[in-house]
Design a protein around this ligand. Structure first.
Ligand SMILES: [Fe+2]
Ligand SMILES: [Fe+2]
Length: 267
């Protein structure tokens, strides 16, 4: 029996070598005719990756190449987790529309390209993947998404939306210290994330029937809150291009955590 996309995705998530993670074999074209729901709880991790329970401290200044490499290493690990979690959703929501699952596979490949771009930058700065500790923060949260609605709210509109703000800010920070290649990588990835946010927004509307700030906030998987899903300043241009309207953007910008609400976490 020939290989299926589902089996390929499962192998990719569970892989334990850097090569299988970063440059997996091409995916087959055949999808399973009777896919079963599979909710993986954790990814495979190559022994070279030191996974730690707390986020390593972000460097304060990006002047030194090793500080920039450390930051890009964190981003590289975010992209790897994003790729794995797109695959996770494809397996977990086996009964979701085929069009949605095909889109997840497409985005998985985009995230792998982003990881490769960051790896190139890390190596150009004289470092390698595994040299700094990593945290599986996204994996600690997203497998609790009970529905595809919650997944697209938390991952796509939420975290990838936040990435539109962060990539713009970091592009400026890299440029400021004279790292033009680093700035361009941020800009390129930030641009490509717009389509991911648009995809999530489109499917939020399909699953829920409509989209607004309140329904998005209630679909977020606990303990995630809008706090983690925005950077300062908001990248209004990219967010508008992704399809987010002015009412949503001002509600996101104005939102304040309540005293009894979940404490903001650090990624
Ligand atoms: Fe990405
Ligand atoms: Fe993305």
């Amino acid at each position: 029996m020939s290989d299926t996309v589902e089996r390929w995705v499962e192998r990719f998530i569970c892989a334990t070598t850097l090569k299988q993670k970063l440059t997996p074999q091409p995916a087959p074209t055949r999808w399973s005719e009777t896919p079963s729901v599979l909710r993986l709880q954790a990814p495979g991790r190559p022994p070279e990756l030191r996974v730690v329970p707390r986020a390593p401290r972000r460097p304060r200044s990006l002047r030194s190449p090793s500080a920039r490499a450390r930051l890009l290493h964190t981003f590289l690990h975010h992209e790897l987790q994003a790729a794995e979690l797109m695959g996770w959703a494809l397996l977990a929501y086996a009964d979701a529309p085929m069009d949605f699952r095909r889109g997840l596979l497409r985005i998985l490949h985009d995230e792998l390209r982003h990881a490769a771009l960051y790896l190139e930058q890390v190596e150009a700065l004289g470092h390698h993947f595994g040299e700094f500790p990593v945290r599986d923060w996204f994996w600690e949260r997203l497998p609790s998404c009970a529905s595809p609605l919650s997944f697209v709210a938390s991952m796509g509109v939420g975290l990838e939306g936040g990435n539109l703000d962060h990539s713009l800010r970091f592009a400026d920070a890299f440029r400021e210290v004279g790292d033009e290649a680093g700035a361009r990588a941020q800009e390129r990835i930030g641009r490509e994330e717009i389509a991911h946010v648009r995809f999530a927004l489109r499917w939020f509307r399909t699953f829920h029937g409509s989209f607004d700030f309140e329904s998005w906030k209630s679909a977020l998987v606990p303990p995630l809150s809008p706090m983690l899903m925005r950077g300062r300043p908001l990248n209004l241009e990219s967010r508008r291009e992704a399809g987010l309207d002015e009412r949503f953007l001002s509600a996101l910008s104005d939102w304040q955590p309540t005293a009894e609400g979940p404490k903001p976490a650090t990624i």
